[in-house]
Every structure is written in C-alpha cells, then in structure tokens.
Design a protein around this ligand. Structure first.
Ligand code: SAM
Length: 418
C-alpha cells in the first residue's frame, strides 16, 4: 500500500527544499537544451524524459511541479533557441520529446492529467516541439522494465533524462541507476535523497566503513539519532557527503554529491549522475549561477573530499568568496594533478580525470591553467594559449622545465627492489 505523504487531491504542500530542487531542474534543463542544440546544421533534437515520481503537477497555492516545469521549459527554450538561430541565419530546430510521467499514487496521476492538459496543448501548438506523453501509475521499480521497453519501442538509445524525485531514500535501487547509465549513451539522472533513513539503510557489511567515515569527521555514533540538530553541524554535512559519494561514485562516471542548502539543516541531497564529464562541469557551473542553492563541505579545488577534516575543508556554497578559494587551491592542485600523468597531458584527458572530484567553476579551472607559472597551455598548432576563454579540448597541458617555487612536486619514497 503506498504511503501517502502528498495529498494531491487536497493540495500538496511544496517544501523549501523542493522549491530549490525545482529551480535547479528548470535551469539545468534549459542549459542542457541550449548546449545540445548548438550545432548549426542540426534541425532535430530527440530527448526522452522519465519523471518517475512525478506527483500531481500543481501544489497548494498554485506553484507548479516537475511535469509542468519539463513541458514549459521545452516550449520556452525551443522558442528562445529558434529565435536566436533565425537571427544567426541557422536552420530552425524541432525538439522531439518523449515523456513518461509515473507515480504510484493514482490520485497524483488523475490530478496530473488535468493539470498538464493546457501545457500539453501549448507544446502541441508550438511549431518547434513534437511531444508524446505517457502516464503510468506504478511503483517505480516495478515500472522500470516497462519504461525501458517503451523507450526501446521508440528507439530511444541516447538522450534520456530521468528525474528520480523519490520520497525518502529507498525507492530507487542502486542497480537501477547503474542500468540507466549503461543503457543510454548520454543518460543523465537527478536523484533526490533524504538522509533520515540512510543510516539504517546502508548495508550491514558497509557499517564499519560508514562508522570510520563518521568518526574521521568527528561525528560520534551516539549523535546519529539526533538528525535534526546534526544537519546543522559542519562535521555531519562533511561526513554525509563523503558517505553518499562513496556509496554512489561507482554508479556512474560522473556524480555530483551536493546537498540542498537549507538553513534548518542539510537533510536532502540532490545528486546528478552523468556519463559525460562535460555534463558534470555544466552542473557545477549552474550551481555557481544559482549560488547558495546547493552546498558542498570540503576542499574547493581538485580532490574535493580528500582532506584532513581536522584542519582543512569548509563550506562551499558556490559563491564569489568560495570561487576565490577555489582559484587559490587550483593554482596548487592543477600542476600536481598534471605531474601524475608525467609532464604533459591532453586537456580533454585531464578534465575527464579531475571533473568528478571538484566543485570548481569551469572558468576558474581554465583561468588557473593560464595563470599558473609552471604550466603552458599549448594549442594543436604548438602555439601558447593566452586566454582562459579561448581554451579548447584539443589543447595540451605541459609542465614547464623551469619550475617556480610555487610548485613543489610531492616527494616520492625510493622504490624498493623486489
Ligand atoms: C516529492 S513528490 C514528487 C514531486 C514532483 N517530482 C515535483 O517535483 O513536483 C514524490 C512523489 O512520489 C510518489 N511516490 C512515492 N513512492 C513512490 C514509488 N515507489 N514509485 C513511484 N512513485 C512514488 C508520491 O506519490 C509523490 O507523488
């Protein structure tokens, strides 16, 4: 029997953390569409959206939920993109959107059919959007094989966006996240995770690892019962971020493990999973443009969760002063990371290797490469790149032979012969 935490018939209440989630969803989807539709010759873009915990679409007070955000963003962004393409003399582009809206609560789906109707009509009237909508009324894990079969029937193999806005933390299996990312070439997932249930849910065999992480951050196991107060403590936020990252980092090549920043405590996490490092970086950049909405506890540069909690690592809210700290750390971190490859590396390969472990803005990473006295950014033609905005993925990063005092390579112990 479904546990009804949302009364869609009577008017469900939209929590503060959900407003922030909606802001990120709307902004990220808009940016995603702009980036994916930037090829001048492109005339069609196909995307499947699975809103697997979709709710009824409208909250008490009239605020809209994720299904309406999806459809309105398709219409608004397709108009914006096509206007710009007309100005630039480029071909017009049509969005082909295949949407599945699922909720285990029949009342949610009944309300949604009603609430979504005018928004579906608006998309159908748009000359730039071709929309297909399917409603499903099942528990997500039961629905998933049917969703996959529907996507296969539509020959969807590539661009798929899953919004897994679960209530709590236990309605989406880890294996399902892995399966989504393996099944579709450029799958992306937004997963909501409420941490209240997390402590008891982690598999028992992981308990010692969990306890070690908690203790290393100064959280005592007896504190864990007092979640409301714990969510306000920095050491707790750091420990949870580490636990969540450790739990999910093997599900996808790129995982963004940041919390929703709530003055009442960090009790909800909004995780972003992607197959491409560019998507992870776009997500970071977007958090800076919406600063204060999500938060990270740890380092600001590379290796964001590898630090000594007793003397390093503070709150990073993607704001201007956080960016300054990131720039300072990146000046030191980037040459160290390049030296792990040897003395040169292709920029694209470098970014692939570091993107998962930094909250930094892409422009701050680029600027630190240009400003660093120990690094030369070299173009494919062998010239030196001089501006951060000009950096291309085909460039190379080369350690200069004369190092400044700034960069002291880590001392390595002498290798013992065996
Ligand atoms: C947080 S609300 C959804 C909000 C919606 N995504 C939005 O942003 O407006 C979560 C929804 O998930 C539904 N739900 C809870 N457990 C579920 C499950 N196992 N499978 C599918 N839906 C579920 C609930 O009925 C509820 O409507």
């Amino acid at each position: 029997m479904p546990s009804k935490s949302y009364q869609w018939e009577a008017g469900a209440i939209l929590g503060d953390h959900s407003k922030k989630k909606h802001q990120i969803l709307r902004e990220y989807l808009s940016e995603y569409l702009r980036i994916r539709c930037s090829v001048p010759q492109q005339s069609r873009f196909r995307l499947a959206v699975v809103d697997a915990f979709c709710g009824g679409g409208v909250y008490a007070g009239g605020e809209v939920g994720s299904p309406i955000i999806f459809l309105d963003t398709f219409c608004n962004v397709s108009e914006e993109i096509n206007l710009q393409r007309a100005i630039d003399g480029m071909a017009q582009i049509t969005f082909e959107c295949f949407c599945i809206f699922n909720d285990e609560d029949a009342a949610a789906i009944a309300a949604l059919r009603n609430n979504l109707a005018p928004h579906i009509a608006r998309c159908q009237d748009s000359e730039h959007v071709r929309l297909q909508v399917h409603f499903m009324n099942s528990e997500f894990e039961d629905a998933y094989p049917i969703i996959k079969a529907r996507l296969a029937g539509e020959r969807v193999t590539r661009n798929v966006f899953f919004n897994l806005d679960q209530c709590g933390s236990k309605h989406v299996k880890r294996e399902t996240i892995v399966d989504i990312l393996r099944s579709y070439q450029s799958a992306e997932i937004l997963l909501t995770f409420a941490i209240r249930a997390m402590m008891s849910r982690l598999p028992l065999r992981r308990a010692p690892a969990r306890d070690t992480i908690l203790r290393s951050h100064g959280v005592s196991l007896s504190d864990v019962d007092d979640l409301d107060n714990l969510g306000r403590k920095p050491e707790w936020r750091a420990a949870i971020e580490q636990l969540i990252f450790d739990s999910y980092r093997n599900c996808a090549p790129y995982v963004s493990p940041f919390a929703i920043n709530n003055p009442d405590g960090w009790l909800y996490w909004l995780l972003h999973f992607a197959n491409e490092h560019k998507a992870r970086q776009v997500y970071n950049d977007l958090l800076h443009e919406n600063s204060g909405v999500q938060g990270h506890m740890g380092r600001a540069g590379l290796n964001m969760l590898t630090y000594d909690p007793s003397n390093e690592g503070i709150e990073y809210l993607f704001q201007d002063d956080d960016r300054q700290r990131a720039r300072d750390q990146l000046m030191d971190d980037i040459p160290k990371a390049i030296s792990e490859f040897g003395d040169a590396v292709l920029l694209d390969e470098f970014l692939r290797s570091v993107a998962n472990e930094t909250p930094a803005h892409s422009m701050d990473i680029n600027q630190a490469m240009i400003d660093n006295p120990d690094i030369k950014v070299e173009t494919v033609n062998g010239g030196e790149r001089r501006s951060a905005s000009g950096i291309r993925r085909t460039d190379s990063l080369i350690m200069k032979p004369q190092r400044s005092l700034f960069f002291m390579p880590p001392l390595k112990g002498k290798r013992e012969d065996t």
